[in-house]
Design a protein around this ligand. Structure first.
Ligand SMILES: [Cu+2]
Length: 219
């Protein structure tokens, strides 16, 4: 998830949770080239066995294409860094509505989301952060991943909150918007490199403490 569902889209997001199909009347009968591009982008978020029959919305939640399965896909947001189309199930629509209104989600079923094109950078702790946080919190370089919502957030308590642990982790823990992130490609903490701020600091200490004995004998 990222916090892209802001402003414009969000005012339109005051939907009942089962709403996508109720917007059908707004759908264009003939897709413009722009709509076609958005549909292609949205469909790239998930395997075609899902996205081929999914309902496709734009970020104003206009239906670009009616679907026949339980999935809804939205396209990349060109005005945000990274590539962030996604395909989601109903629980995520409820999640979005709650997120937009800063209320508690009310979904009662597990929610699935595919983001096979990655996502925009995002804080792992603050759902509404607008500026990069420190590296251990700021989630960047997100490749393809899945996201899982569970109605009982207690079930998330035993799962790592470290986004660089290499496997699944919990994003936005201890908030109503906690969910499991599952990277589908290798994801790891970069090895410390000489020349990093930390390394320079350590090196600068060497002349002061030329040996651990010398250091420890200082008053
Ligand atoms: Cu997420």
């Amino acid at each position: 998830m990222n916090r892209m569902f802001l402003v414009a889209a969000l005012t339109a997001l005051l939907l009942p949770t089962a709403a996508p199909l109720t917007l059908a009347a707004q759908g264009a009968a003939y897709a413009s080239p722009e709509s076609e591009a958005q549909i292609t982008s949205a469909m790239s978020a998930a395997p075609s066995s899902i996205s081929a029959d999914a309902t496709i919305l734009d970020w104003k939640l206009t239906v670009l294409r009616e679907g026949t399965n339980e999935w809804t896909c939205l396209p990349d947001q060109a005005d945000r860094p990274g590539t962030n189309p996604w395909c989601i199930t109903e629980a995520w629509m409820d999640f979005l509505n709650a997120y937009a209104n800063k209320t508690e989600p009310t979904f009662t079923e597990i929610g699935f989301a595919y983001m096979l094109q990655g996502d925009s950078p995002v804080s792992n702790s603050d759902p509404y952060a607008t500026e990069p946080t420190e590296p251990e919190d700021w989630v960047t370089d997100l490749g393809p991943h899945l996201m899982i919502l569970v109605p009982d957030r207690k079930m998330l308590e035993s799962i790592s909150t470290d986004h660089l642990n290499g496997g699944p982790w919990v994003m936005w823990p201890n908030t109503p918007y906690a969910h499991i992130m599952i990277p589908l490609e290798s994801r790891a903490r970069a090895p410390r490199q000489l020349g990093s701020t930390t390394s320079r600091m350590n090196l600068s200490l060497i002349p002061v403490c030329s040996s651990w004995r010398g250091c420890s004998s200082q008053p």
